[in-house]
Write a protein that binds this ligand. Structure first.
Ligand code: HEM
Length: 428
């Protein structure tokens, strides 16, 4: 199991779900692992009985990068931090960030030329990284973005090993790797603490996420704010959680559009109805088909492809008694392709997201952003970013897939297209 699981984690999970159904049990070393493949079971873990679960121990390694940020912290501390961070993700704020999203998408589209071949996944990563740097820290950081980018790449690699459930059982970091990682983290910390100092010195709300985190006071709780270390942890978390996910969603969407010309034409008609001016945050209501395309793309290729929880106490699921300390795994990739909830699951069909169609499905048959108190805090940010980038770029360009076979999925922290995405840029 250990070898199977290490080598081919996702196919192993997909096959065992097909073979054994809604609850699959297996052991990896001493770990008792339960894979839950039914929306009701998933709802019970993420929502109904969420108090009986913690995030998995695998996150311990992620803590080396993220400290006690929202993604990795637990219990009352997590609740307090979530309350403090929430205003930074308020609707009005997201709309303001939306203007930066369009500005950066416009810059990216202006840098391309007709007929050029690119690794579109790299382009999307660069774009979403620039956006999160801008919205999180304001313009100051742009001059350092290369340095931050490099430090992040190293920390990301460590994160790949660290974030998935049980990776600590599977991988032992070799020493040179740890050294490289520590150096990268130190560089990243230096930059972030300097930016925090600059923000604290002015004490102003500069409109970015960081100043919101610095100004936040826990009025419902102890009345205090965040220390520099806490702000650093949250900033790092948002930095990491906030761009690779969206970049993947975008990459897969461009790929799917390139394979479905009729859907692509309808998408173009919707985008063109904006009359050629740059999209604005308030245009989201005028881009319902674009939203449906993105939703359907995240069904087939959910950027977060699995979440894990550890049971505190014994509990009962589907008539089985599950012992305390068991790991529960829930995979968006598997549930989103379950024919009981998504008929003809391999077909890319944005019409599934017409409100009346979507309303007929159980809630947790689709959970790209998770659920319960640990639901993604950046969900609205992610939708806004995805839709505005798609619309802005599609006003000028379409992409044609250059690979000879469909791209394979590479399930790291997020579901990447294996080997990137080789695309030719074509002027519309
Ligand atoms: C398409 C884009 C995105 C997807 C699919 C996504 C997915 C997720 C999922 C599934 C979780 C829950 C993990 C779990 O339950 O174990 C999560 C949590 C989180 N996400 Fe996202 N995310 C996206 C974009 C973003 C963005 C743009 C940000 C920030 C700007 C962000 C910040 C976070 C944070 C801070 C958490 C931890 C929340 C908590 O536990 O309180 N995400 N995300």
């Amino acid at each position: 199991m250990l070898i199977e699981f290490a080598r081919r984690r996702l196919p192993f999970m997909v096959e065992s779900a097909k073979k054994y159904g809604d609850i699959v049990f297996f052991k990896v070393g001493n770990e008792r692992i339960y894979l839950f493949n039914h929306p009701d079971l998933i709802r019970d873990v993420l929502v109904t009985n969420q108090k009986n679960f913690t995030k998995s121990r695998a996150l311990d390694r992620a803590k080396r990068v993220l400290g006690e940020g929202l993604l990795t912290s637990e219990g009352d501390f997590h609740l307090r931090q979530r309350r403090l961070a929430q205003p930074a993700f308020h609707r009005d704020r997201i709309a303001a960030y939306g203007r930066s999203m369009v500005e950066y998408a416009d810059r990216a589209r202006s840098s391309w030329s007709d007929g050029r071949s690119v690794n579109l996944h790299d382009e999307m990563m660069r774009l979403t990284l620039a956006i999160v740097a801008k919205t999180l820290f304001s313009a100051d950081v742009e001059k350092e973005s290369t340095e931050i980018g490099e430090a992040l790449t190293t920390t990301f690699d460590a994160f790949n090993l660290g974030i998935l459930p049980f990776s600590e059982l599977l991988e032992k970091l070799p020493l040179p790797y740890i050294k490289r990682f520590e150096a990268a983290r130190a560089r990243l910390d230096k930059t972030i603490y300097r930016i925090i100092d600059e923000h604290r010195a002015t004490g102003e709300d500069t409109g970015d996420l960081l100043s919101m985190l610095l100004l936040a006071q826990d009025t419902e709780g102890d009345g205090g704010g965040m220390t520099d270390v806490q702000v650093r942890d949250e900033a790092m978390t948002i930095f990491l959680a906030g761009h690779e996910t969206t970049a993947n969603a975008l990459s897969w969407t461009w790929y799917l559009l390139s394979q479905h010309p009729e859907i692509e034409s309808r998408f173009h008609r919707e985008v063109d109805a904006l009359g050629g001016r740059l999209p604005r945050p308030e245009d989201l209501a005028r881009l319902p088909f674009t939203r449906m395309i993105l939703a359907e793309s995240m069904r087939l290729y959910p950027p977060a492809w699995a979440v894990g929880r550890r049971a505190i106490n014994e509990f009962v699921a589907g008539g089985y008694s599950i012992p305390a300390r068991s790991m529960v795994l829930m995979s968006q990739y598997i549930t989103h392709r379950d024919p009981r909830f998504h008929p003809d699951p391999e077909r890319f069909d944005p019409e599934r997201w017409l409100p009346e169609m979507a309303a007929m499905r159980p809630k947790f048959s689709y959970f790209p952003f998770g659920g319960g108190t640990r639901v993604c805090i950046g969900e609205q940010f992610g939708w806004m970013e995805g839709i505005l980038i798609l619309a802005t770029i599609a006003q000028k360009w379409r992409f044609r897939f250059l690979g000879s076979a469909p791209p394979e999925v590479d399930p790291k922290i997020t579901l990447r297209p294996a080997g990137g995405l080789s695309m030719r840029i074509e002027r519309r």
